[in-house]
Ligand binder design. Structure first.
Ligand code: NOJ
Length: 559
C-alpha cells in the first residue's frame, strides 16, 4: 500500500468506527465515586479506565454529567456546556477523555435538546420576564382554559404521568413532555437552534467523538390553535405531520447538525433515540444527511424467542442497508428492566414492564422471576447480538450479570416516572441505576467510600468486579472474552442464515466464516461435525445446550 493509500484507508476507518462498534453506556452518577459523596463522578470514571480497556469496548456513551437538579437523573440539564460540580470540572472531563483516547476508547456524550431543566438560565429568565416576553418565546407557554385560565390549555398527559402542562405564578402554563422540571423548548426559535449548534461545537472542540440524542423525535411541534384534545391527538397518524411526535420538520434540525459534525475530522457521529412508528421513519434519523445512526429498540420489546429475534434481526439489517447506516443492538439501558431479570419474567407481550408489585419482595430477590433462567438467557442473547453486524450498546453492570434491584423502598426511589405513575409502570427505573459493585465489601462495594445514593442489595457482593474477575466462568469473563474475540472476528455487514430445522434455534454465518448458533429452547441442539472450532460458549456432548449461544470460527481468523 502506498503512503497515500494507507492514509486514505486510516481516514476511512476513523470516519466509520461507529458502524460496528461495541459501545458501553456509563450512567455517571452510578459508576464510580472518587470523592466519597455517594454520587459517581468523572474522576471515578477516570480511575476505572483500565477496567474499560480490559473489557474491550470501542467507545463509551456518557449519560448526562451536566449541572442538574436531578429531577430526572440528569436529563434535566441546567447548563449544557459545563460539568455538574458534584461530578467534577471541565478539566476533569478533559483528563478523562484524554485517558480514554490514549487507550483507544472513543467518547459519546448525551445531548438533551427537547427540554431544559427548570433551573436553566433561560427558564429562570422566562419566569421572571412574564407573559408575552421574548424570554418566554424560547419555551412553549400558553394561556389556560376555563373561566380565568385555571384549567390547562389541553388535557394532554406527560410521558411520566399527570398533565403535560404546569402553571406558573402569573397564571400562564408551560408544556413539558416529561417532568414539570423539564420544560420543552420551542424549536421554531432561532436562538434555541443556534445555542445547540454552539453546544455541539463546544464538546466537539473538546474532542468528543459523537453524540447520543435524547428523544430525537420530539423536538419540533405544531402548536397552532386550536390544539387537539388528547383523544384527537391519539387518532392523528405519526406519519410526519403529528403535532408532537416524529415530525418531518425535525430533520431540518439534524441536517444543520450534520453540517457541524462534518466540520470535524473525523466527522463527529450521532445516534438518535427515536421512538417512532415504523422502521422507515426510524431510517430518516439514521440517514447520512442527518444523525447517521438510530437506536433500534426492537429487542427491548421482544421476548426471548427465536422467531421474534429472527424477525427483528432480518428487518433491521434490511432497513440499515436501505438507509446506508448500520443498525444498533440494545438489550439493556438506563430506562428499562435489566435483561437478566426481564428474561426471567413470564413472557410479556409488548414493552416489558415490571409486574407491578407482584415481583417485589421487600428485602429479597424479586418473587415471580426465575433469576437463573434470566441469567442464562441474558448471556445467550448477549452473545447473539455481539455476533451480529452493526454496533452493540451495552449498559454498565450487564457485564457483571446484574439483575434489576427490587429492594428499593418508595422513600429511597428517585425516578420521577415512579412518583408520577406514567410510563415505565410500576417501580420506575431506579432498579437498573443502582451503583456498581467493584469489591465484595466496603460501605458501597467499592463504588466509593460512602454509602451509595441508591441502596445496593447484599447480593451485589457476589457480582463485584473483583470477584468476577477471578472467576473464569463469570459473566464478566464471558464479556471480556466475547469482546476480545469480536474484535478479531468482526467482518462485513452481512449475515447468511443457516436453516436449523428447529424453531427455537438460530444459526447464521458471517462473510468470513464466523458462525453463531443460539439455542433459545431447552432441548440441546446437536451440532453435527462443524469444520471449525467452537471458540466461545461450550458444547455438551457435541450439542449446543438449551438457553445458550456458541461461536464457531475458522482458526486462521484468530491469528
Ligand atoms: C430519554 C432518556 O433515556 C430518559 O432517561 C429520560 O427520562 C427522557 N429521555 C427524558 O429526557
Amino acid at each position: 500500500m502506498t503512503d497515500t493509500a494507507l492514509v486514505d484507508a486510516q481516514q476511512a476507518a476513523a470516519a466509520t468506527w461507529w458502524r460496528q462498534a461495541a459501545v458501553y453506556q456509563i450512567y455517571p452518577r452510578s459508576f464510580a465515586d472518587a470523592d466519597g459523596d455517594g454520587l459517581g463522578d468523572l474522576p471515578g470514571i477516570r480511575s476505572r479506565v483500565d477496567y474499560l480497556a480490559e473489557l474491550g469496548i470501542d467507545a463509551i456513551w456518557l449519560s448526562p454529567f451536566y449541572p442538574s437538579a436531578l429531577a430526572d437523573g440528569g436529563y434535566d440539564v441546567a447548563d449544557y456546556r459545563d460539568v455538574d460540580p458534584r461530578l467534577g470540572t471541565l478539566a476533569d472531563f478533559d483528563e478523562l477523555i484524554a485517558a480514554l483516547h490514549e487507550r483507544g476508547i472513543r467518547v459519546i456524550v448525551d445531548i438533551v435538546p427537547n427540554h431544559t431543566s427548570d433551573r436553566h438560565a433561560w427558564f429562570q429568565e422566562a419566569l421572571a420576564a412574564g407573559r408575552g416576553s421574548a424570554a418566554r418565546a424560547r419555551y412553549l407557554f400558553r394561556e389556560g382554559t376555563g373561566e380565568s385560565g385555571e384549567e390547562p390549555p389541553t388535557d394532554w398527559e406527560s410521558v411520566f404521568g399527570g398533565s403535560s402542562w404546569e402553571r406558573v405564578a402569573d397564571g400562564q402554563w408551560y408544556f413539558h413532555h416529561f417532568a414539570t422540571e423539564q420544560p420543552d423548548l420551542d424549536w421554531d426559535h432561532p436562538e434555541v437552534r443556534e445555542d445547540f449548534l454552539k453546544t455541539l461545537r463546544f464538546w466537539s472542540d473538546r474532542g468528543v467523538d459523537g453524540f447520543r440524542i435524547d428523544v430525537a423525535h420530539m423536538l419540533t411541534k405544531d402548536f397552532s390553535e386550536p390544539l387537539p384534545s388528547r383523544a384527537e391527538l391519539e387518532l392523528i397518524p405519526q406519519d410526519g405531520a403529528h403535532p408532537l411526535l416524529d415530525r418531518d420538520d425535525v430533520h431540518e434540525v439534524y441536517a444543520e447538525w450534520r453540517r457541524v459534525f462534518d466540520e470535524y475530522d473525523p466527522p463527529r457521529t450521532a445516534v438518535a433515540e427515536a421512538w417512532v412508528s415504523t422502521p422507515e421513519r426510524r431510517a430518516k434519523y439514521a440517514s447520512a444527511a442527518g444523525l447517521g445512526q438510530a437506536f433500534n429498540f426492537d429487542l427491548l420489546e421482544a421476548d426471548f424467542d427465536a422467531t421474534e429475534f429472527r424477525t427483528v434481526i432480518a428487518d433491521n439489517l434490511a432497513q440499515a442497508q436501505a438507509s446506508g447506516s448500520s443498525t444498533t443492538w440494545v438489550l439493556s439501558n438506563h430506562d428499562v428492566t435489566r435483561h437478566a431479570t426481564r428474561y426471567g419474567l413470564p413472557p410479556l407481550a409488548g414493552r416489558p414492564v415490571k409486574q407491578g408489585t407482584e415481583w417485589v419482595a421487600a428485602g429479597g430477590p424479586p418473587d415471580g422471576v426465575d433469576l437463573d433462567q434470566g441469567a442464562r438467557r441474558a448471556r445467550a442473547a448477549t452473545l447473539l447480538i455481539l455476533g451480529l453486524p452493526g454496533s452493540t450498546y451495552l449498559y454498565q453492570g450487564e457485564e457483571l450479570g446484574l439483575h434489576e434491584v427490587a429492594e428499593i423502598t418508595d422513600g429511597e426511589r428517585q425516578d420521577p416516572a415512579f412518583f408520577r405513575g406514567g410510563a415505565y409502570d410500576g417501580l420506575g427505573r431506579d432498579g437498573c441505576r443502582v451503583p456498581l459493585p467493584w469489591t465484595a465489601d466496603g460501605a458501597s462495594f467499592g463504588f466509593g467510600d460512602a454509602v451509595a445514593h441508591l441502596p445496593q442489595p447484599r447480593w451485589f457482593a457476589q457480582h463485584a468486579v473483583e470477584v468476577e474477575a477471578q472467576d473464569p466462568t463469570s459473566t464478566l469473563s464471558l464479556y471480556r472474552e466475547a469482546l476480545r474475540l469480536r474484535r478479531l472476528l468482526q467482518t462485513g455487514e452481512q449475515l447468511d442464515w443457516i436453516e436449523t430445522g428447529r424453531e427455537d434455534v438460530l444459526r447464521f454465518t458471517r462473510p468470513n466464516g464466523w458462525q453463531v448458533v443460539a439455542n433459545f429452547g431447552t432441548e440441546p441442539y446437536p451440532l453435527g461435525a462443524p469444520s471449525d472450532a467452537v471458540v466461545l460458549g461450550a458444547l455438551l456432548d457435541d450439542a449446543v445446550p438449551g438457553e445458550s449461544t456458541v461461536w464457531i470460527a475458522p482458526a486462521q481468523l484468530l491469528g
